[in-house]
Design a protein around this ligand. Structure first.
Ligand SMILES: [Zn+2]
Length: 319
């Protein structure tokens, strides 16, 4: 177990609270919902990472069935654990948390929101506006994977890029998968159609990454396949500080503590398990910040540490 006192000091010194009214866990179910409503009104959270200015941006979120998020476990056992953690137990509410990074040289966005996928999503641009970040200012967009909740906001209502001055980065295997015959065997047709519809107009602006190296100074894509065949994690570092944006390698904090509990959403479950092991070991060996893209509550920011046979989520506390 790491030194929590040092960790808290580190938290206080490096995270500059701005608009967030985030509270750490545990929360009662009612407090959780009250806070989530507030989060969705103020869906941005700013902090410094070394010399980089970062902002967590909410696109809203969605409630999933408990048995879909934890498909191979008796539901009553999951409900018991959700209750212990202060989460709602009738469903699994997940925020859709994105990250903006101003490196001084570049204005980077990680994933583009779900668009109008659900009536509880599509808030990314509004929250960028509140945070005074203009879509035109974004010059680099990194795509962790091409599921609809990550690329659904790529285009505006006229079918043109919602971020008109950006170039894009995606793992080559991810792009190839969504344009392959294999996709029709492994993914719902609607996912394939949404991926192609949103990615087609970006093709000439896309960088296809096939090895792990810095794509921008201090920003690197790390291969973490399984959830989708070309899923990538983004590692960001500036000065002595680092942050991992883990996309959907882990969907919920309970998947950390219970590595054998599996969601239905991983396209290649064996590879997803290997990637979870690789990435979580990496996270737990450092003091790095972590954004679990779907970790409740927004801004989904915390640390991962070792815990028994798995890992544990240490959410950022109010300071
Ligand atoms: Zn997702």
């Amino acid at each position: 177990m790491k030194d929590l006192i040092n960790r808290r000091n580190f938290l206080r010194s490096s995270v500059l609270a701005s608009t967030s009214i985030c509270t750490g866990l545990p929360l009662s179910g009612m407090e959780f919902f009250q806070n989530n409503i507030a989060f969705r009104k103020e869906g941005s959270f700013s902090f410094k990472l070394g010399d980089f200015a970062c902002v967590c941006l909410s696109d809203g979120g969605h409630s999933y069935k408990v048995e879909d998020f934890f498909s191979n476990v008796p539901t009553n056992l999951v409900i018991e654990e959700l209750h212990k953690k202060g989460f709602p137990t009738d469903n699994v509410w997940t925020p859709y948390t994105h990250l903006y990074i101003n490196t001084g040289e570049n204005h980077v966005l990680i994933d583009m929101g779900a668009g109008q996928l659900f009536n509880t999503t599509g808030e990314l641009l509004t929250n960028m506006d509140i945070a005074k970040i203009q879509p035109e200012s974004i010059d680099k967009i990194i795509i962790t994977h091409a599921h609809p909740d990550h690329i659904g906001g790529a285009l505006d209502q006229t079918g043109n890029p919602a971020f008109p001055n950006a170039e894009y980065f995606i793992w080559k295997g991810e792009w190839d998968f969504w344009y392959s015959k294999e996709a029709f065997e492994k993914a719902p047709r609607i996912f394939i159609e949404l991926a192609q519809k949103n990615l087609d107009p970006l093709k000439d602006l896309m960088h296809f990454i096939d090895h792990e190296s810095d794509i921008l100074p201090g920003i690197k894509m790390i291969s973490a396949p399984g959830h989708t065949p070309g899923h990538a994690v983004v590692a960001i570092s500036s000065g002595a500080e680092s942050l991992f944006y883990i996309g959907d390698v882990v969907l919920h904090p309970l998947h950390l503590e219970n590595p054998d509990w599996l969601p239905i959403y991983d396209i290649i479950p064996e590879k997803a398990a290997q990637s979870k092991q690789k990435i979580c070991n990496l996270l737990s060996e450092t003091d790095a910040w972590v954004i679990g893209q779907h970790f409740p509550p927004f801004p989904s920011l915390g640390h991962v540490t070792r815990h028994e046979s798995g890992w544990e989520w240490l959410p950022r506390k109010n300071s």
